[in-house]
Design a protein around this ligand. Structure first.
Ligand SMILES: *Cc1c(COP(=O)(O)O)cnc(C)c1O
Length: 469
């Protein structure tokens, strides 16, 4: 099969294979790694996937991205293990909510949000590859809530990994915080940063930009700058589409997003040949993406706390991967655009490229009042409780949908019990946590509060990581 090669969106970093890209975060030139080309799924490939169990379909979809890096049988076994403990046999079940529209439930993993779908596999891939190489890794990551707990669950107690997760102090929900801070494994370090999610993310980026630090600590990433996460998220788009009739009829998706990670995986599925009609983005009041699709200008605003905190983001890191394609895969042009964006806090895309982007994505925004209204409306019409992030996507989908004959799948990105206050406020019903999390509020917590400074955090990581050279 040969190895899939990975290239940086800024064109100035070494070409890597899958194993290396898994263990690397940001590319040396500040870019993000992407596959050198989009492998294709033929109509026949898609037909043959109909009815396959999720892990078997997953192994097929991801295979071309792995290349020779991991033996076929090992890879299939890892994928099966990754989803074995999910609490629904279908892994990512579809639930119909109205005529020709569905929720795809992505909350059946250990931390009851969609991040588990990628990170459970990524944790196992780390273990497999590091053990083979006799190496260790220091994971650093920033979370606005859900990534952190999913990453911690994926890496806890793994012998070859230390994990440091930063979250914005007092800006995550109590459930989100406790899911992270109640994991007391010695290789898990929760850092509560006095700042916003973007401050946390900037610290992570700066740590990767500091070559001596990055190399001596052997830094690895679990936020969605890690290609393997995007890869694993492509799977559920394919799984949903083939079960609703692809390749013989197109399907549309509505995706609540802040970081552009989840919806970028949908874009990747489309590039691979999945017949996706619309990719509809739902933003909360932190609407940098929606404003981009309305104006062709990407401009950083302030971060406003909302009921959907995992989307309280103003810099959508994964957008650079899309920009690279939009600029015809020209690394120099992408690098220049990102430099402008860093310098000016704004980026203008030429009219021609902007209209190309608008042909691929639609975008809508919802404020908190509309989000609560959406949770109530879905509850009233279907009896289903949905979380605030899911609600943003559902309404964006309903507003932006062009053809009611095309099935619309809205990604249900978190279990409603992860955001019980908003759900109760909207519906009067307080959703209970699933059984495996029922005692969460009684568990002991451990975290360290630190200022939003690079040096302070680097010092902490140096002192507490076991992986330092
Ligand atoms: C992470 C997260 C999002 C946003 O995902 P992106 O990576 O920004 O696309 C939305 N909803 C929930 C529940 C999340 O955990």
């Amino acid at each position: 099969m040969g190895a899939m090669e990975y290239i940086s969106t800024r064109g100035g970093a070494p070409v890597l294979d899958f194993e290396e890209v898994l263990l690397t975060g940001l590319a040396e030139d500040g870019g993000l790694y992407v596959p050198a080309y989009w492998p294709k799924l033929s109509a026949r490939d898609l037909r043959e996937m109909r009815g396959l169990p999720y892990p078997d379909l997953a192994a097929r979809v991801m295979r071309p991205f792995i290349g020779d890096s991991i033996e076929e049988a090992d890879f299939v076994a890892l994928v099966r293990r990754a989803y074995a403990d999910f609490d629904h046999d279908a892994v990512a079940p579809l639930k119909q909510i109205s005529e020709n529209s569905w929720l795809m439930e992505l909350f059946h993993g250990p931390t009851i949000a969609f991040k588990d779908y990628a990170l459970q596999l990524v944790g196992l891939l780390f273990d497999h590859v590091l053990t083979k190489r006799g190496e260790r890794l220091t994971i650093v990551g920033a979370t606005s809530g859900d990534t952190g707990s999913a990453a911690i669950e994926a890496c806890r107690d793994r012998a070859a990994v230390d994990i440091f997760i930063m979250h914005p102090h007092r800006r995550t929900s109590e459930v989100q915080r406790r899911q992270m801070t109640s994991v007391l494994s010695p290789n898990v370090h929760n850092l509560a940063i006095e700042g916003t999610f973007d401050d946390c993310q900037d610290i992570v980026k700066s740590m990767f930009g500091d070559a001596p630090f990055r190399d001596s600590m052997r830094l690895g990433a679990v936020n969605s700058i890690n290609w393997a996460r995007v890869m694993a998220q492509i799977v559920y788009y394919v799984h949903a589409a083939v079960s609703l009739g692809a390749p013989d009829r197109p399907v549309s998706f509505a995706v609540p997003t802040g970081n552009f990670g989840n919806v970028f995986a949908g874009y990747a599925a489309k590039q691979m040949g999945l017949p996706i009609d619309q990719l509809i983005i739902g933003s909360n009041s932190n609407d940098i993406l929606t404003r981009f699709f309305e104006t062709g200008r990407m401009e950083i605003g302030g971060v406003t706390p909302t009921l959907s905190p995992s989307m309280d983001i103003q810099v959508s890191s994964n957008f650079e991967r899309y920009l690279f394609d939009l600029y015809g895969r020209d690394g120099d042009a992408t690098a220049a655009a990102m430099t402008d964006f860093r310098r000016d806090g704004a980026l203008d895309v030429e009219a021609e490229r902007w209209s190309l982007a608008c042909g691929t994505f639609d975008a809508r925004r919802l404020d908190d009042a509309a989000t609560l209204g959406a949770i109530a409306a879905v509850h009233q019409s279907t009896g289903e409780l949905i979380d605030p992030h899911t609600a943003v996507g559902v309404i964006a989908g309903m507003e932006a949908r062009r053809d009611p004959a095309t099935p619309l799948v809205s990604l249900a990105c978190a279990h409603p019990a992860k955001f019980p206050d908003a759900v109760e406020q909207a519906t009067g019903v307080r959703p209970p946590l699933p059984a495996h999390l029922a005692d969460l509020f009684e568990r002991e917590e451990r975290l360290h509060v630190l200022g939003a400074g690079l040096q302070v955090v680097q010092q902490y990581v140096r002192e507490h990581a076991r992986s330092a050279a």
